[in-house]
Design a protein around this ligand. Structure first.
Ligand code: PLP
Length: 222
């Protein structure tokens, strides 16, 4: 896809999504030129899956956008990750939370995080099951250098976007349940869900961050 096409794709999406929803560009495997193009077109938030890729990308592009970690964070990458990212969307264990806490304390940084929910109850997927999230968040609320700001989910992949709705609904219900509990130090502000083929459904179900890759950049060569 050419830079002009990428810019058009961004504009098409920005035109249809409500103003309270943030369009995040999911940029795994894309070039700095492509990433720059979406930023020029008005994207303010970039999602990265890999710490290694983020290092060079952020070096080149820097502060023009905010940087969210949306891939599974390996514990041996936590230290560089907390230096690079403005938010980590994929916290799903107490071990990882404690590790983020430790490195943030060393850096004197407070990291906003989302909890990743395994809304499809998929054995092979990362994320916390909806019924296990309360305990994790209660523990996390005691950490000084990490702030829970909401939830993120992927959900199973389907051809028909409508099939994703139950998984978004479950995540939204979990979000609202946690919001109502008003756990001190925990804020339910961001609900990150919806990708290229189902972001409109996700917005209907309450998403305020949508993470879009293919629809902006075309299919990836893998
Ligand atoms: C790749 C990716 C996306 C974007 O997926 P597309 O279908 O390409 O829009 C969103 N979220 C995560 C975590 C991803 O890895």
């Amino acid at each position: 896809m050419t830079v002009r096409e990428v810019v058009e794709r961004v504009q098409e999406i920005l035109d249809v999504i409500p103003p309270h929803v943030t369009l995040q560009a999911a940029v795994k495997g894309r070039s700095p030129i492509e990433v720059n193009a979406v930023i020029e077109a008005g994207v303010t938030q970039i999602g990265e899956n890999y710490v290694q890729e983020a290092v060079s990308m952020i070096e080149l592009i820097g502060e023009k956008a905010s940087w969210h970690m949306i891939g599974h964070l390996q514990r041996n990458k936590t230290k560089p990750a907390i230096k690079l990212f403005d938010m980590i969307e994929t916290v799903d264990s107490w071990r990882l939370a404690k590790d983020i806490e430790k490195h943030c304390a060393e850096e004197g940084k407070i990291m906003p995080v989302l909890i990743e929910i395994n809304s499809g109850y998929e054995a092979t997927k990362t994320g916390v099951l909806p019924e296990n999230v309360d305990g994790l968040i209660e523990n996390m609320s005691t950490l000084q250098h990490l702030q829970v700001k909401g939830l993120m989910t992927m959900g199973p992949r389907f051809g028909d976007p409508e099939d994703s709705r139950p998984y978004f609904k479950v995540t939204r219900q979990t979000f609202e349940r946690l919001e109502a509990r008003q756990i001190p130090g925990v804020e339910m502000k961001y609900l990150s869900m919806g990708m290229s083929n189902n972001y409109l459904i996700a917005i209907e179900e309450g998403a305020n961050i949508i993470r879009i890759g293919t629809r902006l950049f075309g299919t990836r060569e893998e």
